[in-house]
Design a binder for this molecule. Sequence first.
Ligand code: TAP
Length: 484
Amino acid sequence: MTRTKMLIDGVWVVGEGDAIEVRNPARGSVVGTVSHATPAEVDLALRAARLAFGDWSKRPPVERARLLKRAAHIIRERKSDLGRLMTSEQGKPVNEAVGEISKLADTFDFYAEEATRVFGEIIPNDSNAYQSLVVREPIGVVAAISPWNYPAELIGWKVAAGLTAGCTLVVKPPELTPLSPLAIMECMVDAGLPAGTINMVTGKGSTVGQQMVESDIPDKIAFTGSSAVGLHIQQSLKNIKRLSLELGGNCPMIVTAQANLDQAVKGAARRSFRNCGQICIAINRIYVERAAYEPFLEKLAAAADSLVVDDGLENPDADLGALCSQEPLDKTKQHLADALERGARLVAGGRAPDAPGLENGLFFRPTVVADCSHDMKVMTEETFGPLVGVTAFDKHAEAVRMANDTPYGLASYLYTKNMDEMRYYSRHLDYGNVAVNNVDAGIISAPYGGWKQSGIGVEHAREGLLEYLNYKHVRLCFDEDALQ
Ligand code: TAP
């Protein structure tokens, strides 16, 4: 099997390191190989980005925007192939993968449009002889590192915002899903991105990623991944750099007795089980006001049982495909066993699907456990699998206390039709995102980031672009008297 090449300084290189096999988690078969980048190759990529920065950062924004729009167009043209490639390495059903590719193209278009709207400010001084200009300039070289659950989008947020700002990048895709990110790089090269502006080196985070973090070349690290690795990255920096960390979550949903129960159940099933729960903003735990508790549980169990779990290549519109690797599957089973041992009630799932043809894949049915308490892992740790815990509450203050009882602060969800409840909960939930009567907490046009151990900085929106820019204060002194 030929190795898929890495992109360094505009050249596709095989790489001199060991081969890494990429597997289809639905079948266990090898779908491709990539190289483990050597330290010299990582260094070459970082140096190429540094060299390319001079030209790229000086180009007029409209020119950078034109290239990003062309990349968006090419990505859309190739979305079916890119989607199938993603499914073959990540496991999500093809329709979902193609949807992710479309959102990636939208991200490029969004930031291409923002490119020409990076304004500065004019600030009056104490004396009329002076004026302060505040201008924004690109930070420099960015090392971008991202995980496997959304192989295209999470890289896209960094690449689109970074390139728009005038930065150059070296990207390390996840070891489990490097093929679709490399194919996206091909789109960018075909769009005409100059050599060195965007580079991609493959390999393990603990070596390739760590080298990028420790190198003194990048001016910024843009990282999405677990809180443990995010903290490790923060602690391993060897010089001062800008840092964005988009980290883990442990996201609560609150359903009051005033909610539209059918809508709440639909939202709960979607955000607990989409992408097999392997999403940082997945609903991990649900608190339901006691009057609505049993009806909600009954409907959620039925909704979970109705979801189709299948090989995502064979069945593009399945609801759930395979989990991406053994690790989230094992964690799901551990959290389920822990909950049942501590007295939770299994109301849906709890096992692998029994359909023929799925025996070699990493599949698990969407699973709901009820009557949970806060000593269970399902309620306090991020499962990152198709498992959700549910419990009842009596007082709104109690629901807020339980929802906030976590070191994380990424996203929270509320279902109610009562305006006072909307106001109360959205004010008291300690989260970077609160979605009310919907479960789409992250949209490209609004800032998206976590509080507490869920990270620092934001992605998406104008604010996500500002993360790649430095302020420069230019203080001007005029001499109007000389004109008299
Ligand atoms: P991690 O293990 O943290 O890996 C994320 C990335 O970091 C991978 O590319 C990994 O490389 C790399 N990495 C690992 N060790 C590194 C090191 N020492 N230095 C530099 N890079 C290193 O996360 P994961 O388990 O793959 O992803 C799931 C986690 O990501 C969850 O906690 C989830 O909540 C979080 N997540 C957060 C968000 C947002 S927006 N907040 C979005 C998606 C996911 P390899 O994989 O190649 O080893």
